[in-house]
Every structure is written in structure tokens, then in C-alpha cells.
Design a protein around this ligand. Structure first.
Ligand SMILES: Cc1cc2nc3c(=O)[nH]c(=O)nc-3n(C[C@H](O)[C@H](O)[C@H](O)COP(=O)(O)O)c2cc1C
Length: 328
């Protein structure tokens, strides 16, 4: 790992430029909400000024509304939580007619998360939403661990990811962000496939498949056996995946996994993330994303960094750490 020497002379917080860019989308700062942990955004408008966030990433929307999985759908674990929500959402039509107009009134920058069981479903969603004025970018959820069809395992195939993104690329001029699962042999392979397919960025990472047992009842604590693990428990795992992905591709990486503080967010930026998402922390503290933003700004000012973007990838992944390719 290479290091930059931290600058020491503090500057005024007002001088800190937090802006970053994902494809054509200019963000005023790199703090995003994580899909599925902030509703569609409008539910939080009474506690959080959505317009101060870099962007709101909405709950993953599918073509048809989904009721999600049977309860129990969340379980607390050591320093984290397991969820098996299963993409409960209002469906494309209500998302477009109800949610997007509300978010526009709240002056939120919107990244719409879309999910599908097949490439064709994703194409239907982008065909309908691809030119919506209220959407700044799309995050394609290629990584839900909680659905029977079209989940993380289905989308773990690099060739399928690449083909699908080539098809989606034709349907919108907005940035396409591919959200990846950490549960793959090598995230560099899926990240590279997304770049080849025309994605503007990748998000690393979604939740890790986990299982919590109720030993007395000899059954899973969730209605569905396994769920997705999130929260501080996964931060070092997510940070490593983010570092690996950003060392392997030339497009931006959005970091996600266990971020609860400004320092956490800056660690993801330092290993190569251009922006970060605050997820599970919001369940503990609804204003978590704006606090993370304030803490990040304070740290940068105290350390004399006038430009956040100059810290992106300050700790680089050396190419030499690539595993050797097996001989044919
Ligand atoms: C209850 C819950 C629901 C989630 N729903 C979605 C979703 O609909 N789409 C998606 O891409 N990720 C979803 N996620 C994953 C988060 O967006 C995030 O990537 C993950 O939780 C790791 O970040 P965190 O540790 O900060 O929560 C969900 C996570 C949780 C905890």
C-alpha cells in the first residue's frame, strides 16, 4: 500500500470542496444513502434535509410491486444485522407517479435503484425510467441475497453482467452504477465485466450472506434461512472488496458496508471510492448520513485538505497483489 502524508495545517470548513463526479453526474458531496435503508427518501424528509446529501439512493424498484419475504425479516447480530426483506417495493408505476414527484419537490438528487429477475425486466425498467427528469443516475441491483430469482448468485456471472449492461446502456444516457455482491470468488472479475459492459461506476458492496440461529428452537432467526449481513460487522470486509474493485477498474467505485462515521467514509475514499453509502447506521440514527457528512468535512478541514477528491485512492491497491492467472 502507498500512503500520502496527511497535511497538518487546519483550514476553514467552508473551504473544503466535497464535490465528486460519477459519470456525468456531479454530486455536491460523496455521501449517499444506501438502497433499502432509507425508504424512497421522502419518508425521512421530516428529519433529514434531503437536498444536503450527495444523493438519495431509493429502495430497489421492480417492474411489479413485491410483498417481500414472510416474517421474520430482520435479526440483530454482533455489531450488525441480518435482513431478508426480499425486495418489497411499490413497483414501477407507483415509483414513477408517486415517489419521483415527491423527491423532486424535496430537491433531492435521486439515484434510482432498479432490480430484475432477468435482463429483460431491467430493460423494461430502464425503458420506462431512463429519461425521467427526476432521476440523476441508476443503480442496478445485481446483488440481492434474499430473492429466489434474479439475486446475487444469478448475477455473479461476469459474462451475464457484461451482456446485460450492454443492453441497458442503450436505454439511457444517465450514469449506470452496477451494485455488486461481495459473495464472489473475485470481485475484480465482476467489476471488470461491468466496466466492459459500459457501466459508469460500480457499488462495492451489497450485504454478505449470513445465518443466525435460534438454538433453543433449532431454527433460523429469520423466516427465510439466510439473510444479508450489514452494519459495522462487515466494514473491514467491505473495505477490502472496495479496495480490490477500485484497483481493478478505471471507473468510479461507490463504497458501501458498515459506514457509521466520517472516518469510516474517508477510509473507503482513501482506498479508492469516489462516493460512499450510509445504510444500517440510519436504523440506529435517522440523521446518520448528515452526521457522517459533517464529520467528514470537519476531518478534512482539520487535516488541511481543501479538496476531498484529491484523497480518492490515496491508499492504492498495488497491481502486484493480483493472484497469478492459472495456466491454460
Ligand atoms: C433492511 C435492508 C434492506 C436493504 N435493501 C436493499 C435494496 O433494496 N437494494 C439494494 O441494492 N441494497 C439493499 N440493502 C443493502 C444496503 O443498501 C447496503 O448495501 C448494505 O446494507 C451494506 O451497507 P451498511 O452496512 O451501511 O448497511 C439493504 C440493506 C438492509 C439492511
Amino acid at each position: 500500500m502507498s500512503h500520502v502524508t496527511p497535511k497538518s495545517k487546519p483550514i476553514s470548513e467552508k473551504r473544503v470542496d466535497l464535490s465528486v463526479r460519477i459519470g456525468k453526474l456531479q454530486l455536491k458531496n460523496p455521501i449517499l444513502t444506501a438502497s433499502g435503508t432509507f425508504g424512497y427518501g421522502d419518508e425521512y424528509a421530516h428529519v433529514v434535509d434531503l437536498s444536503v446529501l450527495g444523493a438519495v439512493v431509493t429502495k430497489t424498484v421492480t417492474v411489479k410491486p413485491r410483498p417481500g419475504n414472510a416474517p421474520t425479516r430482520v435479526a440483530e447480530t454482533a455489531s450488525g444485522m441480518l435482513n431478508s426483506i426480499g425486495l418489497e417495493n411499490v413497483g414501477l408505476e407507483r415509483f414513477r407517479s408517486e415517489k419521483l414527484p415527491r423527491l423532486a419537490k424535496l430537491k433531492a438528487t435521486v439515484i434510482a435503484s432498479i432490480g430484475g429477475e432477468t435482463p429483460e425486466e431491467l430493460e423494461t425498467l430502464l425503458g420506462a425510467l431512463g429519461n425521467e427528469p427526476g432521476v440523476g443516475a441508476f443503480e442496478v441491483n445485481f446483488s440481492c441475497p434474499n430473492v429466489a430469482a434474479g439475486g446475487a448468485r444469478f448475477w455473479a456471472d461476469p459474462a451475464r453482467l457484461e451482456r446485460t449492461l450492454v443492453g441497458l446502456r442503450r436505454l439511457t444516457d444517465r450514469p449506470l452504477i452496477a451494485k455488486l455482491s461481495p459473495d464472489v470468488t473475485d470481485i475484480r472479475e465482476t467489476a471488470r465485466a461491468c466496466e466492459r459492459g459500459g457501466a459508469d461506476a460500480v457499488t462495492a458492496v451489497n450485504t454478505f450472506v449470513g445465518l443466525a440461529l435460534d438454538l433453543d428452537r433449532m431454527r433460523s432467526k429469520l423466516g427465510k434461512a439466510t439473510g444479508g449481513l450489514s452494519g459495522p460487522a462487515i466494514k473491514p470486509l467491505a473495505l477490502a472488496r472496495c479496495w480490490e474493485a477500485s484497483g481493478a477498474i478505471g471507473i468510479p467505485v461507490v463504497g458501501s458496508g458498515g459506514i457509521v462515521s466520517g472516518r469510516d467514509a474517508l477510509e473507503f475514499i482513501a482506498v479508492g471510492a469516489t462516493a460512499v453509502q450510509v445504510g444500517t447506521a440510519t436504523f440506529v440514527e435517522p440523521e446518520a448520513a448528515t452526521r457522517v457528512l459533517a464529520e467528514m468535512r470537519t476531518w478534512l478541514a482539520q487535516h488541511g485538505h481543501a479538496k476531498l477528491s484529491s484523497l480518492i485512492g490515496a491508499v492504492q491497491a498495488p497491481a502486484a497483489q493480483e493472484p497469478a492467472k492459472p495456466h491454460a
